[in-house]
Ligand binder design. Structure first.
Ligand SMILES: [Mg+2]
Length: 371
């Protein structure tokens, strides 16, 4: 249930002004919370739907970034989303414009951003990259330094018989790159975003994982569930909220389907590495990003941090934060609702109406000041 009203927004604004003034160390009212940092989910916390930025989110980010001059220095924060399919620099520029704050390079973690470090051993090797519209995920892969990133359309262009249910469109014919996969040993498959053609992509992943030495059109003996070709997925969400009133199927649902087909055809468990919330790899990368940010603004990157994750999804945002030793703030502006007395499956540190109230609560908790 979405709960916004003009009256509430107005009262939130005045509250924020009051507590921000109290925090200005130049007034000497409250010591600056040196250890405090925030991690925000985007959908259902800062935004609702594709285009609707919540006004309280804009105010909070302005405050924390120090952009309005009310804080003596910024409080570190970053955004962690299970979304993706767009190169980080492009998404960062778009979000900076939408949210009204300039996000630095260490302040955005998309589902595939941790792959930037993870893919280093594959930079010179041929890999298959799956997900997103057109060749967007190839652009993501190339932005991470992968020099030989192929996409499903390249494979179909090589041998249309490998998936004859849907032909390439004119546009796909134009961007698909010519390649002879009988001579290209694929070494990994990276699923970086929701796939637009589940049947095609399940078939291609099965073929690649089952191939001998990564050569499409060959088949190796399945003697164990340790594949020769590594499979990496960036987002485990089974469902997600779009502008449609019923939750839509996400990359996690695709993986469940892939697992079932792999088991049915090989008798084995699907071997894969999972990134995205709530997985440890993503939280480790995010904490490292917060420390890089501290370093970039001239602060000690090694100080103990009290990180507060603000999210709307107990199963991803809250579960991941709790497991990582962060505090967690569950908000009511997204998928979670307790209107009928529901309790979240993963218990947060606190439940608040929205991101602004959550941030106020965390600052009060860290400074000991009742505002
Ligand atoms: Mg969310």
């Amino acid at each position: 249930m979405l709960r916004t009203s003009t009256r509430r927004v107005t009262s939130s604004l005045s509250r924020t002004v009051v507590f921000a003034r109290c925090l200005n160390t130049q007034s000497g009212a409250v010591p600056f919370p040196e250890k405090l940092a925030f991690a925000f989910d985007i959908d259902g916390v800062l935004k609702q739907g594709h285009h609707n930025v919540l006004p309280e989110a804009k105010r909070v980010l302005q405050l924390l970034s120090g952009g309005d001059g009310r804080l003596s220095k910024p409080i570190p924060f970053l955004l962690i989303t299970n979304g993706g399919g767009v190169p980080d620099e492009e998404r960062r520029a778009a979000l900076s414009s939408e949210l009204g704050v300039q996000l630095g390079p260490d302040q955005l973690v998309q589902s595939h951003t941790p792959l930037r470090d993870y893919v280093k051993p594959y930079r010179e090797k041929p890999v298959l990259v799956i997900g997103g519209a057109g060749e967007s995920c190839r652009r993501v892969a190339e932005s991470y330094g992968l020099k030989h990133a192929y996409i499903p359309q390249d494979v179909i262009k090589w041998k249309p018989a490998i998936w004859d249910r849907t032909a390439l469109t004119e546009e796909e014919e134009a961007f698909a790159r010519p390649a002879d996969f009988s001579q290209i040993p694929l070494s990994a498959v990276f699923v970086m975003h929701d796939t637009h053609d589940w049947g095609r992509d399940i078939a291609l992943i099965l073929d690649t994982l089952s191939a001998k030495d990564g050569i499409l059109g060959t088949k190796r003996e399945h003697k164990s569930d340790q594949g020769e070709v590594e499979l990496v997925l960036s987002n485990a969400d089974v469902e997600w909220r779009s502008d449609w009133p019923i939750p839509r199927l996400g990359q996690g649902a695709f993986r469940l389907s892939l697992e079932a087909v792999y088991k049915a055809t090989t008798g084995l468990e699907l071997p894969y590495k999972q990134f995205g919330k709530p997985f440890k790899a993503t939280y480790d990368f995010s904490e490292l990003s917060l420390r890089r940010y501290l370093s970039s603004v001239g602060r000690n990157p090694d100080i103990p941090l009290n990180v507060y994750m603000v999210g709307d999804n107990p199963a991803s945002d809250i579960a991941g934060a709790n497991a990582h030793g962060w505090s967690s703030i569950l908000v009511r502006t997204g998928v979670f609702s307790d209107e009928n007395g529901e309790t979240p499956e993963h218990k947060p540190t606190v439940i608040m109406d929205d991101v602004e109230k959550g941030v106020e609560w965390a600052i009060r908790r860290e400074t000991g000041r009742i505002l």
